[in-house]
Design a protein around this ligand. Structure first.
Ligand code: NAD
Ligand code: ZN
Ligand code: ZN
Length: 340
């Protein structure tokens, strides 16, 4: 089977021929149909973050495909069933976080495409308990972006406790942001979408954003304040200044939810304003299996739209460049070509 491999940080990925992986106890082997390119995969390939993966590794945590082989003890999945393999590849199931509905904070978690090989491959392994069944009515192509971009932004809006009639700022309308705009609308909020390209701002408007703010030309904080200030701002742009910009547009009691992970990122939070205005800064990391099930259910019900382009895995390095330059409309999804 073919896989795209990070052999060294900062180097182009290499397409390698590898043996089909054998599922161990509790695992399944999946014939990957589609795999989304999340900006996190680019951070992984660059070794951008303090906790680094160990090359060589196969990135990808939006892999979707058909179960092909069951490891020992797997009884709840069947061969031929479509599943998605998210960032949360495995959690311990026993710690305080796992037991209290916060498996995404488990200290013993293993992350797909980071701590174990991921979805940029024709075949992959997954822990069966964390491989999410994809309901009928959700295609593999659509399921891929939902598996990280969808669940992450859906969860971020839950973390912000967004209510109808609130103003929510979505900073960055890329893979994550285009779904965040839609979840915020579903929650009943008024949505202000912020980006730095005309295409992304047009896309945000098409997807229902009520206010679009061009961060190249406008003072984001001022525009948000003119609308009363944001109750919540979801920071999805891979740019530190964009975090401060939306933070300055919060209303009193507003929440800044940090999601994007720019390399070596730090933000200066003004103490006086934070104290006097009673604002919060919260980190949000992906979502649980239950959150992903809800994301798939919403999509199967026709409530969300995935905007993406499919590409062959062989074009992985050009795709990485396009996403890095912000030239992709929303998401790139690799089509692994099975069954065609
Ligand atoms: P993306 O490249 O598809 O989208 C980023 C968007 O930000 C682009 O539309 C870009 O034009 C826009 N942008 C750039 N500069 C801006 C600025 N100054 N103001 C406003 N917008 C600006 O990336 P993505 O796949 O959506 O991922 C976004 C970030 O989220 C990455 O850092 C990724 O690692 C991170 N991420 C975090 C989690 C999590 O659980 N916390 C999960 C997935 C991804
Ligand atoms: Zn991701
Ligand atoms: Zn745990």
């Amino acid at each position: 089977m073919k896989a795209a491999v990070v052999r060294a940080f900062g180097e182009p990925l290499v397409i390698e021929e590898r043996p089909d992986p054998e599922p161990g106890p509790g695992q399944v082997r999946i014939r990957v149909e589609t795999s989304g390119l999340c900006h996190t995969d680019i951070h992984a390939a660059h070794g951008d973050w303090p906790v680094k993966p160990n090359p060589p590794f196969v990135p990808g945590h939006e892999g979707v495909g058909l179960v092909e082989k069951l490891g020992d003890g797997v009884t709840h999945l069947s061969v031929g069933q479509r599943v998605a393999v998210p960032w949360l590849g495995k959690a311990c199931g026993r710690c305080e976080h796992c037991l209290s509905g916060w498996e995404t904070l488990c200290e013993r978690q293993i992350n797909t495409g980071y701590g174990c090989d991921g979805g940029y491959a024709e075949e992959m392994l997954a822990w069966a308990d964390f491989a999410q069944p994809v309901p009928d009515g959700v295609t593999a192509v659509d399921a891929s972006p939902l598996t990280c971009a969808g669940v992450t932004t859906y969860k971020a809006l839950k973390v912000a406790d967004v209510r109808p009639a609130q103003l929510v700022a979505i900073s960055g309308v890329g893979g994550l942001g285009h779904l965040a705009v839609q979840y915020a609308k579903i929650a009943g909020a008024t949505v202000a979408a912020i980006d730095v390209t005309d295409e992304k701002l047009d896309l945000a408007a098409e997807l229902g954003a009520d206010i679009v703010i061009d961060a190249r030309k406008e003072d984001v904080g001022e525009v948000l304040k003119r609308h009363g200030g944001a109750h919540a701002a979801i920071a999805l742009a891979v740019n530190e200044a964009a975090f401060s910009a939306v933070d300055s547009g919060l209303r009193r009691g507003g929440k800044l939810v940090m999601v994007a992970l720019p390399a070596h990122g730090t933000v200066q939070v003004p103490i006086f304003d934070t104290v006097l205005n009673g604002t919060s800064v919260i980190g949000s990391i992906v979502g649980t299996r239950q959150d992903l099930a809800e994301v798939f259910r919403l999509h199967a019900a026709g409530r969300t739209k995935v905007i993406c382009e499919t590409r062959p895995l062989a074009s992985v390095n050009e795709c990485v460049d396009e996403v890095s330059r912000g030239q992709v409309k929303a998401r790139i999804v690799f089509d692994l070509g099975w069954g065609r």
